[in-house]
Structure formats: C-alpha cells, structure tokens
Design a protein around this ligand. Structure first.
Ligand code: 4AD
Ligand code: MG
Length: 459
C-alpha cells in the first residue's frame, strides 16, 4: 500500500488518529527537552510539525543530531497544535532516520536562495518551496490540458521526436546521427547514416499532427521539441514542451477561440486548484500575479491585425531596439509593449506578412499576408503561434517552391492536399511560457525541471 502523504493529512486533519509519515526534515528546533521537526514530503507546500520528546529511545543518540535534508519516518498521534502557525501536529511515538544529510555540505538552508544559485544544483533545487511549487503547478497544467482536449473530442497523437522534416524551416534542427562527426564533415553526406538521410530532433510535431487531423479530425500532440537557437534569453530554451492541437474543418478564427479557451481554462485551473502555490508566487515573485491572472481568466482576449499592431508601435513614440515597419517580425519588446501598455492583457495578433512566416500557412486573399496568429501575453510576449494551414494544392506547391523545399521530401505533405484536402488549423502553445505566465517567474529556466540552454545541460 502507498504510504500516507502530508497533503492528505492536512486536508482531512484526522485528529486523534495514529499516522505514519515519511519525508525530509526542513528544520529542527530544540526547546526544554523537546525537539520540533518540520517535515516535508513534497506532496504540498506545507510541512507538518513533529514534536519529539526526550522519552523517545533514540532521542539523544539520533533525533538531536537530525539536520536539514535528513529523511525520516515518523509514527505518532495527530493532535490539535497548541502553537501558532499550524492547526495540527504529530506527537511522535517513533522516529526512524532513513538517510542522514551532511550538514556541513548540504547546500540548502532555511534562508531563501536565489534562482541562479539554485540552477547550479539541479539535483537538489526541487526540494525548495519555490521549485517544488513550480513542479506541482506544471503537473496540474499538464493534466488540465489533456482533460481540456479530451472533453472536446480530441485524440492524443504521439508524434515522433526524430524526424526528417524541419517544420518551421528556420534551420534550427539539431542533427541526429550515429556517424562520427568527421565522417559527415568529410563526405558532406548523410547517405551512410542511420536513416540514410539527414535526420534531427523535431522542432514541432505539427506536420505529423496534420496527417492525423486529416484522418481523425481533431487531434493534439504534446511532447518535447528542440531548437538549436542560440538565444540566451529569459524566454528561450533549446528543449521545451509544446501543446499542439490540429483541427480539421476549422479556420483561423476557430483556432483562435480554441487557444483562448484553453489558456483561460488553464489559468482558472491553477487559481482554483493550487491556491497555496499561487499565494507563494504572489508573495515572493510578483505581487500583481493573481490579479493579472484573474483578469486573464475573466475577460475575452483583444484581437488585432498585424498591420494595426505595426501602426500602433510606430506611433508609440517609443525608442525600440529593433525599429518597426510593415514587414518586420515582432520582437519581444514590441509584443510586450502591445499587451502590457496598449491592451493591458493578452492580445491575438493575426494576418502577418507571408515573408516572415513558414511555408505551410494559408495565403490570404490580399496575396501578401497569411492566416497566422500569435497570442501575446503580459510579461512574456508570444505564448502561442498558430495558423490556418494552406489546404489548396497549387498554392501550397508554389509556397513550397518559394521556400526552396524539396518536393520529393515533402511529397507526403502535398499528398494530404491531393487526396481529400480540408481546411484545417492549429497552433503551438509553449508549455514553459505558460508556466511562466501562471507563476510570474521572470526566467524560463525555472519553468522546466532541467533547462537546456546554449552551453548548459548539466545532468
Ligand atoms: O511559433 P512557433 O515556432 O510555432 C510552431 O512551431 C508551430 N509549428 C506550432 C503549430 O502551429 N502547431 O512555436 C510555438 C510556441 C511559441 O509561441 C512559444 O510559446 C514556444 O512555442 N516556443 C518556445 N518556447 C521556449 N523556448 C523556445 N526556444 C521556443 N520557441 C518557441
Ligand atoms: Mg512563433
């Protein structure tokens, strides 16, 4: 049987019953022949106070030597706590030390540690309140996203991690090879390689999700994606997770509604189900967080054509690092200005110039923009990128030729337009950026358990 957890005991508070709990000691304090141990098992933000008196047979030998980080098992009676700070506590009848922790070298102390320092100890940082809270929120969001899609008739499709298609065409694909690097350098070819051609880690599951959308109607994929993008910013990772629904018989406006509904549902979920964690972030990370999230959950998102966004930015009087004019891609500074200063909330920008977007987006009737949309959110900028896909064979063939794509390699993608094509749309939601949105964390490296960034993949 599974052991009891602190979360369950604090939710039910079965005072007067015997419980058994295991976890890691946060602190030990001795006072008048009694020791108070704060024990945390990671199941929730709160720890449980354990009171150990000197009558316990290992009191002097062990209990008084317990330090932060030690793992113990406690059996005892749950009682109302006479002291402030907790409603219940455990009167210990037996305490067993499971694993000692060397107090001299254990890097986590009771004080708060900076996130940058914590990144240097990725194997221990989930034991802190903040990083454990992020992990629980992340898990809750994952669950809520899957429920959201299931309740709306979507099927989960596991798209491949190794692929030969560079979906975004941005040349950011990591190569996967079984050959020694010199071999490829010398021969300049992947013909003798494992897959007989150049393969890489996926940058997006979209193209394969489209295959299944044109068979099952409504699908989504959710997995790690990889980009060899040399940008050391607070919102880029080399490995990140993306939620990617792909929907047949659905135009751009339909995809926008799904994305907006999804984001609002996920925000509502954490506000409702993770109040302790949310209070922690509101207190220690960003005091405007909960207010901002309530407003995101409660109001429809603004929508704005790209041309209007560019006009607003140009008329803003702001000195941007990257000047704006029609035709340029929006940078984080522009995206944040739009949602933080213009609309003060999320905004869906749509109808981008075709030159700055990938080949698969549907060309609009004006011939110069595509049916693309990005959802921009305060504090981050782009959270979602999506589009209606080009379903017209001739148009797509032309766009592929313009993009320099090899028709032989992407013939299967054109086939989907040759045999029973349908209008379809989808989007990608960056899961770590979502975690940043709901926690207020300034750096994406705290939003994923093991961040991979240029020059850094420690374990
Ligand atoms: O806008 P992107 O590049 O869109 C696609 O990959 C489409 N194929 C998705 C689709 O239509 N199915 O990426 C989608 C989202 C971005 O809006 C951003 O939130 C996140 O993925 N993202 C990153 N997150 C962390 N680190 C990076 N390097 C990211 N690049 C994109
Ligand atoms: Mg994008």
């Amino acid at each position: 049987m599974l052991p009891q957890q602190v979360s369950d005991i604090l939710a039910r508070k079965p005072v007067g019953t015997h419980i058994e709990i295991s976890g890691w000691v946060r602190t030990r304090r001795d006072s008048g022949g009694v020791s108070f141990l704060e024990i945390s098992d990671g199941s929730c933000l709160d720890s449980l106070q354990v009171v150990a008196d000197s009558g316990l047979d290992n009191y002097d030998r062990e209990i008084r030597k317990i330090t932060t980080g030690t793992s113990i098992q406690v059996a005892g009676l749950l009682v109302d706590s006479p002291a402030k700070g907790q409603e219940v506590e455990v009167r210990a009848e037996r305490i067993t030390v499971i694993g000692w922790s060397d107090a001299e070298t254990y890097p986590l102390q009771k004080k708060r540690h900076g996130f940058e320092f914590l990144r240097s100890i990725p194997h221990l940082r989930p034991r802190t309140n903040a990083l454990a809270a992020v992990a629980r929120i992340r898990s809750r969001l994952d669950h809520a996203a899957r429920s959201f899609f299931r309740e709306r008739g979507f099927f989960l499709v596991h798209t491949p991690i190794i692929t030969t298609s560079d979906c975004e065409g941005a040349g950011e694909m990591f190569t996967v090879t079984s050959l020694p690097p010199e071999h490829i350098k010398d021969s300049g070819s992947f013909a003798d390689d494992f897959f007989g051609r150049r393969a890489g880690l996926t940058v997006s599951g979209q193209l394969q999700a489209e295959i299944y959308a044109l068979a099952l109607g409504r699908v989504y994929t959710f997995g790690p994606t990889f980009r060899a993008e040399n940008s050391n910013t607070s919102r880029h990772l080399a490995e990140f997770w993306m939620l990617e629904p792909e929907i047949s018989f659905c135009d751009l406006a339909c995809a926008m509604s799904v994305a907006e509904e999804l984001i609002r549902e996920l925000v509502r979920t954490v506000l409702r189900d993770c109040p302790r964690e949310m209070n922690l972030f509101n207190r220690f990370v960003d005091s405007t967080l909960i207010n901002r999230l309530e407003s995101i959950a409660g109001k429809p998102f603004a929508r704005m054509p790209y041309s209007e966004a560019v006009a607003l930015l140009a008329a803003s009087g702001r000195e941007f690092e990257f000047p704006v004019r029609w035709g340029v891609d929006l940078q984080a500074e522009h995206e944040r200005y739009l949602c933080e200063e213009v609309v003060t909330g999320p905004v869906i920008v749509h109808g981008y110039p075709k030159e700055i977007k990938p080949f698969y987006m549907r060309l609009n009737d004006d011939g110069r923009t595509v049916a693309a949309m990005d959802i921009l959110v305060p504090g981050i900028g782009e959270l979602v990128g999506g589009s209606q896909r080009e379903e017209r064979f001739d148009m797509l063939a032309r766009r592929m030729a313009e993009a320099g794509l090899n028709e032989a390699e992407y013939g299967w993608y054109l086939d989907l337009r040759r045999y029973g094509t349908v209008p379809h749309s989808g989007f990608g939601l960056g899961f770590e950026r979502l975690v940043q949105l709901v926690t207020g964390l300034p750096n994406i490296r705290e939003a994923i358990p093991f961040p991979r960034t240029p020059g850094s993949a420690p374990c």
